[in-house]
Design a protein around this ligand. Structure first.
Ligand SMILES: [Zn+2]
Length: 420
């Protein structure tokens, strides 16, 4: 029976690896082909210099060629952890180091943390090379090694402070609430998720970045007017010192209820005109108006609900544990499920991206209508694309699969269509 489980997993695993590898190769070829004939999308004609275009092609190809190997590397790590005896070893280690004291759940939490540490250590070289190799080479990286490792340490402390109690409660519910534990766990995770959305922007993010209310200076009056027009509280608009880590620029909307906020990176504010900056703000307010966070949350909760139900069925299925040499237990089931389900659920990624892209179109439309012109949004998009050296010509299958935002050309096309 073990052999069936392992075989099924490996078959789906191979499909996933192949799909992602082929998409990356298609994208590389597509970018190369376009760059030899110097074919940039119409909207970018005359807006981008030869040097800028060449640099964006080099940046895209450098990242894609690295992805070729880092993708395979990370897959080998998963296989090694699953079938190389790592899991039984860590489970044993957690058991002996605790010597039967206190709750069984503590053993489970220690095991989960140990698995997480193994994966973080294994991906560290890839992450270090992306940041200090590629990002430095193209002038984006502003992080020092000191800041980099202090970020990692903070992340680890947060994992312990928030992740460990969270896991403890989930494991305890699995133990204590009987057959319908998964409904209890779902209720708990939902409450936890909502709590995190509220505390993340105002209590956790400030540990990593400085946030300053935006609304003074030249921009101030116009932001105030825009926020009033839309009905967004100005106390929720911030600039963030993204420049201390990277020259990449961005903006986002997060939170629900009173905890909602719009964050513009200082790098973005610096490189944009006031009109473009306002267009970005209007776009983010569009996400708020259309309740996009809520919609994404509902989707996520639906996946978690189904996932927990499937886990509840698998927990009683011993061959699953035997296949990787683990003793059946709730914590082993939890970790196994998260590792094994990847190749079966990777189809959900593109689906979520599709939903996210429809949200981006809606927010763009909202910005264009609010400002009574699509021009500032278009210019902001072109500006963002150039400054971030984004890929001007991704392969349509690649962007369809991986992109959470439509390509700039698609977005500008949609804005023009709307505003005619
Ligand atoms: Zn957006």
């Amino acid at each position: 029976m073990d052999i069936v489980i392992v075989g099924l997993f490996l078959a789906f695993f191979t499909i996933e690896v192949l799909v992602e590898f082929v998409l990356n190769e298609l994208n590389i070829r597509h970018v190369q082909k376009n760059s030899t004939v110097r074919k940039v999308p119409d909207f970018f004609q005359g807006k981008i210099s030869d040097a800028e275009y060449d640099q964006s092609v080099r940046y895209t190809l450098t990242k894609a060629r690295f992805q070729r190997w880092s993708g395979i590397y990370s897959r080998i790590i998963v296989l090694l952890v699953l079938f190389g005896g790592t899991l039984p070893f860590l489970d044993q280690l957690a058991a002996t180091s605790l010597q039967q004291q206190g709750f069984a759940q503590v053993h489970g939490v220690v095991f989960c943390i140990a698995v997480a540490i193994v994966f973080s250590l294994a991906t560290l070289p890839v992450d270090l090379y992306s940041t200090f190799g590629i990002e430095t080479q193209f002038g984006f990286n502003k992080t020092t090694l000191g800041l980099y490792f202090s970020d990692k340490l903070k992340g680890f402390i947060l994992g312990l402070l928030i992740g460990a109690p969270f896991l403890f409660v989930v494991l305890w519910l699995m133990e204590a609430t009987g057959q319908y534990w998964w409904l209890w766990a779902f209720a708990f995770i939902t409450v936890f998720q909502l709590l995190m959305i509220v505390i993340l922007p105002s209590f956790i993010a400030p540990w990593f970045n400085k946030f300053e209310p935006l609304g003074e200076g030249d921009l101030g009056d116009r932001i105030l007017a825009l926020a009033k027009q839309i009905g967004f509280e100005t106390s929720g608009i911030f600039s963030m010192d993204g420049s201390k880590r990277s020259a990449h620029s961005n903006a986002y909307f997060t939170g629900i209820g009173k905890a909602k906020r719009i964050v513009l990176f200082d790098t973005l504010i610096e490189q944009m005109t006031i009109d473009q900056g306002l267009a970005v703000l209007a776009h983010e307010m569009g996400h708020y108006k259309m309740q996009h966070i809520r919609r994404m949350l509902v989707m996520q909760m639906l996946f978690i609900f189904i996932g927990l139900y499937i886990l509840s069925l698998l927990l009683n299925y011993e061959p699953l544990f035997a296949a990787v040499g683990l003793q059946p237990s709730n914590h082993a089931g939890l970790v196994l499920f998260s590792l094994l389900s990847g190749p079966f659920t990777f189809y959900l990624g593109p689906l979520m991206n599709l939903l996210s892209r429809t949200h981006e179109y809606e927010a763009d439309h909202f910005a264009a209508i609010t400002l009574r012109s699509g021009k500032p949004m278009e210019e902001a998009l072109i500006n963002l694309t150039l400054k971030n050296l984004s890929n001007l010509t991704p392969h349509p299958w690649y962007s369809g699969y991986h992109y959470s935002h439509p390509t700039p050309a698609e977005r500008i096309g949609a804005i023009r269509k709307l505003m005619v």
